[in-house]
Design a protein around this ligand. Structure first.
Ligand code: CP
Length: 319
């Protein structure tokens, strides 16, 4: 595959503008040239991982500070740093095992940890927690997910990279299924998709869990077409990408209607033959295990791509 050859991502002047990247807090901060550079680097990281990694970052230390549980994001970032030759210090259960138990503020924690490391990856339980950290940090801060309904920009970057490897981003049609109101991955990806022409987004969710107005206003301002839908079967056949997200049954008032937001064999039959099925994981009831064997399923590759994208991101913030 020739990266960037036919994906509608070339900047107007044909050159990739190098932009210094300090903190990674929200998706809106990424320009198309910056995404292009990130994806080119991610592709290069795939080659580096195939040959066992590099020692280029052996003098660098990454701190991971997680106030919420994580399997993928934390271990992926830690693996990324180790593949780059760097070192890792970690607090995986910061709410219980950091001095914030003793009412220390996140700002003070960050000032201290920033003195021990070259980059901090933080997952905070409060919306805006990563931004607060970035405002005082002496080193780059990367948002690994903040609050219920905040953002998860690095997940969105690896989601977009997964799509970009196989589809044109211009003219893309994508259906988001699940909890939209608190879905920080869907929120972050919607911001990124708004940067590309002729994108069409379907938000499929129970009415009480639909996408919040801040994202819809942003899409309106950027001329992005979208539809709000309560039944996946009505739009699933239109989508090039089906982005399934978690749905917690106890949040849905119409219990019999839950099946409208989950993928199983009957939904698979209605999808485009070449659609891509993504899910940020972890999953519960919304993605049947029988989907794993479908040739359109990409969610395990998607998680794997996170390694390359996060390696690339670390190289960019550590420059
Ligand atoms: N996709 C994702 O953020 O997974 P974790 O919660 O396991 O990090």
């Amino acid at each position: 595959m020739t990266m960037g050859s036919d994906n509608g991502l070339r900047p107007v002047n044909g050159e990739i503008t190098r932009t210094h990247l300090r903190h990674v807090v929200e998706s809106q901060q990424f320009t198309v040239p910056l995404l292009m550079e990130l994806f080119d680097r991610s592709h290069e990281m795939e080659r580096i991982v195939r040959r066992g990694g590099t020692l280029d970052y052996q003098n660098k230390i990454m701190a991971t500070l997680f106030y919420e549980p994580s399997t993928r994001t934390r271990l992926c970032f830690e693996s990324a740093m180790l593949r780059l030759g760097g070192r890792v210090i970690s607090t995986e259960h910061a709410r219980a095992f950091s001095s914030e138990m003793e009412d220390e503020q996140v700002e003070d924690s960050i000032r201290i940890i920033g003195g021990y490391s070259d980059v901090i990856v933080i997952r905070h339980n409060e919306e805006g927690g990563a931004k607060r950290a970035a405002q005082v940090s002496p080193v780059p801060v990367i948002n690994a997910g903040d609050g219920n309904g905040g953002q998860h920009p690095t997940q969105a970057l690896l989601d977009l990279y997964t799509i970009y490897r196989e589809r044109s981003l211009e003219g893309l049609s994508i259906a988001f299924l699940g909890e939209m109101d608190k879905g920080r991955t869907a929120r972050s990806l919607a911001y990124l998709l708004a940067k590309f022409d002729r994108v069409k987004i379907y938000f499929v969710s129970p009415p009480e869990l639909q996408m919040r107005g801040d994202i819809l206003d942003y899409l309106d301002r950027h001329g992005v077409r979208y539809e709000i839908e309560a039944d996946a079967s009505k739009v699933i056949g239109e989508a090039d990408v089906v982005y399934q997200t978690r749905i917690r049954p106890d949040r849905v008032s119409d219990q019999p209607g839950l099946k409208r937001y989950r993928i199983d064999s009957s939904v698979l039959a209605k999808m485009k033959k070449n659609a891509l099925i993504l899910h940020p994981l972890p999953r519960t009831v919304e993605l049947d295990k029988t989907v794993d064997g479908d040739p359109r399923a990409r969610y395990f590759q998607q998680a794997r791509n996170g390694l390359f994208v996060r390696m690339a991101l670390l190289t960019m913030v550590l420059e």
